[in-house]
Each structure stands twice: as structure tokens, then as C-alpha cells.
Write a protein that binds this ligand. Sequence first.
Ligand SMILES: [Mg+2]
Length: 349
Amino acid sequence: MKITDVKAVYPNYQHVPASWRTHFWQIVVRVESDNGVTGFGYGGGGVAAVEVVNRHLRELLMGREVNSVSDIADAWDVLYSESLPYGRKGIGVMALSGIDLALWDLLGKAESKPVYQLVGQRSKDRVKAYATGMDSEWYRELGFTAHKFAHRWAGQESDYDSAISHASLARDLFGPDALVMIDTYMSWTSDVTIEMGKRLAEYNIHWFEDVLTPDDLAGQAALRGEVGSTLIAGGEHESTHYGFQEIARADALDLWQPDITWCGGITAGLRILDVARDAQIPVAPHRGGEVWGLHLIVSSDCIDLAEQNPGRRDAPRDELWIGQPPVVDGYMGPSDAPGFGVQVNEAML
Ligand SMILES: [Mg+2]
């Protein structure tokens, strides 16, 4: 089939947390083809990525034939190389991710197959879900059996106490064997991380995420093995297999977390998994419980873990994608519907 149109839209979000996300949160990419099938993808980079898609990447795709997974990989390579001067990481690749996922959705719909079937042999019937957020009691009520909470280091001694009290709460709620993780969103230092490793030892934290900035690979590499059995995790701010090759060369992380809607889509995700296999590093995609990551997880050697962000009890949320698979008894899996199996909420476009 031939691509006849490509269009990116920044949805009218009502409930995005005020931050960089206000302007540069997720975009929707629509790809149309001459056989009447339309593919939808989800990328990052907000209004800037919309411009990247509609002004530049679109013209590179118009009239292109896409009939196989290798055609999608070829298109990826063209878009990546043509956007190199301004791309490679960040907004350029966030835009490319939306196109890549729209092409996977398009091909799946054209062949009446779920994306996971295009990715490979499905090896996981269901995936263990973990809830990210601060409303720990509610996540337990929802049936989650694993949990990650956020912790920000603000430079005060009491920040150790707040980490300990939430770790204690999570361990009590989820039980002695549950996976409990902490996301520091780049707010800890090396010294804080080592001290946290000692003070939190009794809570058996599975990983510390994004303890330093993604630029400090040497600093993260030095922390591996220095915080007991807790893993040093990260990667949501890194892009493509080229970026993860740098992480591998630096031996920087125990666990990689590429975001499939930011790192270059499923095409990049598969290449990152190739790098991870060579480096013998486990991969658990950021926001992997959304269909864009979930279809990859069930048919690849990603580990058996899918991140969900339920928010807070009774808090209003934007429902951009209709048909996201539910979490049942702490587990989830993609449906067998063609493509990614979700419909965009047109009222938000
Ligand atoms: Mg994170």
C-alpha cells in the first residue's frame, strides 16, 4: 500500500501536569494509505513534534510503499537520516516515534493482525503490571501486585525520612515479596543514592530509577553494585539504539527503560533489544502498560513487567485512547484486535 497522507495533531489535553508536558506532551499521528486503511501512532514532543511531522517528515513519506515490517524499518532509516541535523534525540525522535507506531498500526490493520504478531512470536500470555504513582493504597485496591512511587530529593535531611516512610507503607501494603521501586526523576546525587541504599536496605527496593541525569553515565555506572541488590535503572530519556549503545559502552545501568513513544517507536525498540541482548541487560519499557509498549513486551525478550500510571483516586484524566487493555488481578495483555487495538478519542483532536 502507498502512503497518501500523514498528519500530526496535538490533542487538547485538560489534565496534563504543569511542566514541560504542558507544551510538549504526547502527539497523535495519523497515516492514510491508498487501500483506505488508516494507522494511528502516539509520539512525544507536543507542538514542536507536530511541526516536525507536518512540515518535514510528512513529505518524505508521501507516496512511499509500506507492505512489510522491513519496509517500516527502511522508512525509519530515511526519516532518521533526513532529520539528523536537528534530530537523533529528544523532540526529533519523539516525532519519528509517532510515525513509526502509526506505520505498525497501519500494517497490522492492513493484514488484520495485532501488532504483537508482526513483532514476532508471542511468548507472554499476560504481563505483570506495576502501578506508578503516589496513591499506593488505591493501587493495591485495583489489584496491582507491584508498585513504584516517586521521590524527589529537595536537599534536606528529612528527604531520607520521606523515602523511608513511603517505602515502609508500600512494603506493608504490597507484602514482603512484591516488587517495590522508586523513581527519583533525576533528583538524587551519587552520595544520596548510596545513603538511600543503606537506609532503605530493609525494604528491599527492586530498583532506583533515574537517580542522576541521563548525561552522567559514568556516575550511574559507578553506582551499580553500590546499593545492595537494588538495580540502577533508567533510559526513558534516551533515544534509539545509538543512544543505548552509549549506555552499554559505559556499563551505566542494570535495567533499561526505553519509552516506545519517545525512543523511535517499535522499530527502535527492537534494535535497542538487540543491543541489550549483547550487553545482557534486561529491558522494561517506560509506560510499557500502554499498548505501544505492551505489544512489544509480549512478543520480545523484554522482561515480564508493564508500567501503568493510574494517577490518583477520583482525579480526572484525559482518555485519549479508547480500548486500552485493563489490569486484571495485577496482570494485563494486548487484545487480538488488528493494529494496536485502540481507537483515538476524536473529541480531543
Ligand atoms: Mg521514570
